[in-house]
Design a protein around this ligand. Structure first.
Ligand code: ADP
Ligand code: ZN
Ligand code: ZN
Length: 746
């Protein structure tokens, strides 16, 4: 007896275990990763096989009804899916589906409205492979004559007599020809070859010359990655901008391929530009598949299938590329590992870094985390000796990192400068212009959550117990802390300097562009923000426009910082570091530090030295002092003390529980119920904050409340949270979302 353990594709936390079904004879190939049709609670359902056994503890098993597709994944993937479901408190079906082809799985859909007699139908996936397998006759097989009863073989040979024909066409004319083709090609009569035209992914290859001589830092990094000690483990590449981390990734991939393995490279979605992908394409050509959200479903499916067939042995993509069906995975690279986009913002809310570490352990692969400003979490694991740290402190060019000037905007204000551009920044811009070089200006995205800032001294109201800035709520004219819910009235004047200039903060790119144009005259300006980069290829067009300029300035939000590698840029300016610095989130300082480090690294990458000018009201914030003096420890040490004293990650663990709905009273009631259910399960040392309105307390007509669970660093609270949420009374219009190890607390 063969028993299939299946996960039914119904997203509900209640059916979070596999169910046993009998594998009937003659149903076809069924294994782990197969997609099957089952009868579940008197309705047909699509399910995924996660295990095969010889018996079951349950009597009278129902048989599988059909095999619909697959196998899509293997036992290791099934184990990682289980881990994801447990860790991130999500339905197992959602975790398993991460590993299935994008847009390529069937669904059971209910048709008709008869409540007593529902009928169901199977909806086939909208996308599938474009089969471009071709078959043709080999000259050497000309005198082959099939056995008398092999009619299909005969028909195939006749059909091919005229020349090559697509297998799909043969199938349409003759029915299934796979068996016949297999026999004929084994006999050397027919040749079948994939000439699959992958749907165009529109990628421009950028040359990535193979550097013959590696720097000392690169050699040491490769040695650490190749060491047997790194098998199944995590190597952290802590390398300054321009230290040549990409070449390390490329060489490590070469090694993985040479040993018969495959590799997966994650880059932040935002930097998945043709420039980045081109570096991998130019080294590995067609071996590279690309997966990200800007591909059409068809394109994504093709890439996935290209990987599954074994034709592509390298995947470059956003976080979901982790789930690509690579066989013999040897290497996973996560570039810019500190990026918050590696955490998925919708269910299942996994963190790619932690899932990758699980995958690496399962496969005996090595996970390489690269960054010029590693996350606090990653540094913590290195400090504890769990992960292996490898430093690359020098730039490849041998040049020093560019000098950074931090300009105090309060001082500028005191001098009567009411413009957005301080004297040092406008001087630097005009100098770059007269030298005929290029500049990049960053404007942090205007925060949704407004905060108040004193224009004379830079004071920002903070919460005393959470060390995060308080958010200004215009309608009630109050300041609110979104971690703990504390609130107070808006002071009439600045508490430190008594100035009346306590104002809301922020300006959009358009306004900056106008002021910039007034400053630099007819110097070309390329503006890049959410508005100018909408639509396929727009991002790239903007960059090409800047690239082809002789001289000029690129003005954009931080989205343009990543992966930007233009050697001719000699000035990088930051209009204001304060927007990210004052986000109502305990990671605001860390984000700012990482962003500034990243941005500053865009200057002086070529032969000409560069300079960096950063404007802020908070010049002595550790993040700014660290960037200014190229001394990361100035930030990290102080931040560690602060986080440890408040029990924030990595010195503690958090879970954010978000309660959403259109009816305010229902949301509040559900939040109270959830709080009670969690409190009942709290262990020693856990603390539950809230319920309080989330920083974005109302989004598109939906009310949002949240609870924040704080626990010691080694706590496992997922089971308790899953149980607690399961006991909360269901309200149709309210949803309760658990976000474990949240990155976004807004
Ligand atoms: P990072 O990602 O660490 O900021 P990059 O990988 O972008 O740095 O490398 C910076 C520059 O140095 C790139 O232009 C790259 O082509 C070049 N480079 C990398 N390795 C070498 C090497 N061994 N010899 C010469 N140039 C190199
Ligand atoms: Zn003040
Ligand atoms: Zn607070």
């Amino acid at each position: 007896m063969r028993v299939a353990q299946v996960i039914v594709d119904i997203a509900a936390r209640e059916i979070n275990t596999p169910f046993d079904y009998l594998v009937p004879d003659g149903i076809g190939d069924v294994g782990v990763g197969s997609c099957v049709l089952v009868d579940f609670a008197h309705r047909p359902a699509v399910a995924y096989v996660v295990g095969i056994a010889n018996d079951s503890e349950y009597p009278d098993l129902k048989p599988l009804q059909a095999v619909l597709g697959g196998p899509y994944f293997d036992e290791r993937a099934a184990r990682v899916a289980r881990w994801i479901a447990d860790e991130y408190v999500c339905p197992l079906s959602e975790a398993v589906k991460l590993f299935t082809p994008p847009g390529g799985t069937p669904k059971a859909v209910r048709i008709g409205n008869d409540a007593d007699m529902p009928t169901w139908t199977l909806k086939r996936p909208g996308v599938g492979p474009v089969d471009d397998r071709w078959a043709w006759l080999e000259p050497s097989g000309a005198d082959f004559s099939p056995r008398a009863n092999a009619t299909t073989q005969r028909a195939v040979i006749d059909a091919l007599a005229e020349g090559p024909v697509r297998v799909a066409e043969l199938t349409a004319d003759l029915g299934s020809v796979d068996g016949a083709l297999r026999t004929l090609s084994r006999a050397g009569v027919v040749c079948v070859e994939r000439r699959r035209r992958l749907r165009e992914t529109n990628l421009r290859a950028k040359e990535a010359p193979r550097h013959k001589r590696l720097s000392a830092g690169q050699t040491a990094a490769l040695k650490a990655i190749a060491s047997p000690e790194s098998t199944g483990r995590v190597v952290v590449l802590d390398g300054v901008t321009g230290s040549g981390k990409t070449e390390v990734y490329l060489r490590a991939i070469e090694d993985a391929l040479a040993s018969g393995g495959t590799a997966c490279v994650l880059v932040p979605e935002i930097s998945l530009t043709p420039q980045t992908v081109g570096r991998f394409r130019s080294r590995f050509g067609e071996d590279v598949a690309v997966l990200h959200s800007r591909l059409t479903p068809g394109e994504r499916y093709d890439q996935w299938d290209h990987i599954r067939s074994g034709d592509a042995r390298i995947v470059v993509g956003a976080r979901s590329a982790l789930f690509a069906p690579l066989r013999d995975l040897r290497l996973i690279v996560i570039d810019e590992e500190h990026e918050s986009s590696y955490k998925q913002g919708s269910a299942p809310r996994y963190h790619a870094r932690d899932v990758a570490a699980q995958l690496a352990a399962e496969h005996g692969a090595t996970l390489v985390l690269g960054s010029a400003s590693p996350s606090m979490e990653t540094r913590y694991r290195c400090d504890k000796g769990e992960w292996i740290r490898c430093e690359m402190p020098e730039r490849i060019t041998g040049h020093d990192l560019p000098p950074v000037t931090v300009v105090d905007l309060a001082e500028e204000f005191a001098r009567g400068n009411r413009s957005m551009f301080s004297k040092p920044l406008s001087d630097a811009l005009l100098a770059t212009r007269s030298r005929g070089e290029k500049a990049v200006l960053f404007l942090n995205r205007r925060g949704f959550a407004s905060f108040l800032l004193c224009r004379e001294c830079g004071f920002v109201p903070m919460c005393d117990s959470c060390s995060t800035s308080m958010t200004y709520h215009e309608t009630v004219n109050r300041l609110v802390c979104h971690h703990c819910g504390a609130h107070r009235p808006v002071p009439a004047e600045c508490p430190t300097c008594k100035s009346p200039y306590l104002r809301q903060f922020g300006a959009g790119t358009q306004r900056v562009e106008t002021e910039l144009a007034a400053l630099v005259g007819d110097w070309p300006i390329v503006r890049m923000d959410a508005d100018t980069t909408r639509g396929k290829g727009a991002h790239e067009k903007n960059l090409v426009q800047f690239e082809t300029l002789e001289t000029g300035v690129l003005l954009g939000t931080q989205m343009i910082a990543k992966g930007l590698d233009y050697p001719e840029v000699t000035l990088v300016g930051v209009i204001s570091a304060d927007v990210t610095l004052n986000l109502p989130d305990f990671r605001a300082g860390e984000r700012t530090y990482q962003l500034l480090e990243q941005v500053a690294g865009r200057a002086g990458r070529g032969a000409n030295p560069g300079v960096v000018v950063i404007q802020t009201y908070w010049p002595d914030h550790p993040a700014l002092r660290a960037v200014e003096s190229h001394t990361p420890s100035l930030f990290y040490d102080q931040e560690s003390v602060l986080r440890a004293s408040l029990g924030y990650p990595p010195f503690g663990r958090l879970a954010n529980i978000l309660i959403r709905g259109r009816d305010k009273a229902h949301v509040a009631a559900a939040a109270a119920d959830t709080a009670a259910a969690i409190t009942a399960r709290c262990e020693d040392g856990w603390a539950l904050l809230g319920p309080s309105p989330a920083p974005l307390s109302r989004l598109k007509g939906v009310w949002r409340w949240h609870l924040l669970l704080k626990a010691p660093a080694d706590s496992c609270f997922s089971v308790a949270l899953a149980e607690a949420v399961a006991t909360v009374k269901k309200r149709n219009d309210v949803s309760v979302v658990v976000d474990v190890d949240p990155v976004d607390l807004l």
